[in-house]
Design a protein around this ligand. Structure first.
Ligand code: NAI
Ligand code: MG
Length: 349
């Protein structure tokens, strides 16, 4: 994935999806266009509206087109909260189809009211197994529900390797990072000694190959307690799927909320970047969604496409706009998506 040469054309898929996905992905496209990078855009469809129209939430044509792309930016999709025959979330399907085994969520202080200062951590969440294998069943005439939790040595080792590699990378080029390097392994092996025990043991085994990086382990409940009290102490956090999901939403709330939180689903061959938020049906169609989470997700995508300079130009422009305004309504301002997007473009330098 990183073997791209400097001027080589990158094919980037844009999958707006539903709701505000259709407002924030075009905003991110404008930012990319303003940077005049060697990128060819491929517009693709997926989501609830696509499902209603075509019968498939993730059409085969979309999957086939993605195979010719270097990476993708995904907006958000609306998933019904009741079971609909034939529908399943396209983002979960994409994670499986392209073996996007790591969900990377940077949690960084933002210059907005309500954000904790001096936070700069990366949550590395396992993205393929744990309870999210969705092996659930009702037994005893519906009186008992059983869910299977799958933890493998292979998935635990590769997510740990990703965490330690990222820890090394962060401290090699993030000069302004004030905190010492640290990888925190999160588990609950005191109770789930077999499944979390395997995760813990696998991660600690990988740690041995990274003698330069300090490592600690924490039980998930006390880790979240400490995260709320002292978010500044964390650097890289690695966790199984469910714990990682919960930790990362809690952490996003510490630094400005959903309108600002980006993520990247990363595998060895492909990356799908996306905002953490959903399709926000309550505000969709009004042009007031905060585009920042998606624009920061775009920066994560550029990093994996070997365009780090453009990525940091975007990150710096976003920081300036967050500090000076204009702000969308979720941050207490009155600006529209388009105004915030233009302000970011003007500061691209
Ligand atoms: P949500 O993230 O869409 O919205 C939660 C709240 O945050 C809403 O009040 C919304 O207006 C606000 N919000 C979210 N993003 C914002 C932004 N960029 N700017 C300003 N305000 C923003 O979560 P919710 O309401 O639980 O789910 C709505 C739909 O989205 C559901 O159908 C759900 O299944 C789907 N969803 C999809 C995800 C994805 O595609 N990866 C992730 C989460 C939810
Ligand atoms: Mg979540």
């Amino acid at each position: 994935m990183n073997r791209l040469a400097d001027g080589e054309l990158r094919r980037v898929a844009l999958i707006p999806g539903d709701g505000i996905g259709r407002e924030v992905v075009p905003a991110a496209r404008q930012v990319l266009e303003a940077l005049a990078l060697p990128i060819e855009f491929v517009e693709l469809e997926a989501g609830w509206e696509t499902f209603q129209r075509t019968g498939a939430a993730l059409p085969e044509a979309t999957v086939a087109a993605l195979q010719n792309c270097h990476g993708a930016l995904f907006g958000a999709v609306s998933s019904p909260s009741h079971r609909v025959e034939g529908y399943s979330s396209p983002i979960i399907a994409l994670r499986k189809r392209f073996d996007l085994y790591a969900n990377l969520r940077p949690i960084v202080s933002a210059p907005v009211p309500g954000s904790q200062p001096k936070v700069d951590m990366l949550i590395v969440r396992e993205n393929t197994e744990c309870l999210y294998v969705k092996q659930e069943q009702l037994v005893d005439n519906g009186e008992k529900a059983i869910a299977q939790r799958v933890i493998t040595r292979r998935a635990s080792e590769r997510i740990a390797r990703m965490a330690f590699d990222r820890a090394r990378l962060r401290h090699s080029h993030l000069q302004f990072l004030a905190r010492p390097s640290l990888v925190t392994i999160v588990h609950k092996a005191n109770v789930l000694s077999i499944s979390d025990g395997l995760f813990r043991e696998s991660a600690l085994r990988i740690a041995q190959a990274y003698a330069d990086i300090p490592v600690e382990e924490q039980l998930v409940d006390s880790m979240i307690y400490r995260l709320i009290l002292e978010p500044q102490r964390y650097d890289v956090v690695v966790a199984p799927n469910l714990y990682g999901d919960i930790i990362s939403d809690a952490a996003a709330a510490l630094v400005g909320g959903l309108g600002l939180a980006p993520s990247a689903n990363v595998g060895d061959q492909f990356v799908v970047a996306e905002p953490v938020h959903g399709s926000a049906p309550d505000i969709a169609g009004h042009g007031i969604a905060n585009p920042v989470a998606t624009i920061l997700a775009t920066a994560l995508l550029l990093e994996t496409l070997a365009m780090s300079e453009a990525a940091s130009a975007i990150q710096q422009a976003v920081q300036q706009v967050l500090a000076e305004g204009p702000h969308t309504r979720d941050l207490g301002g009155k600006a529209k998506t388009a105004e915030v997007t233009q302000a970011i473009i003007q500061r691209l330098g």
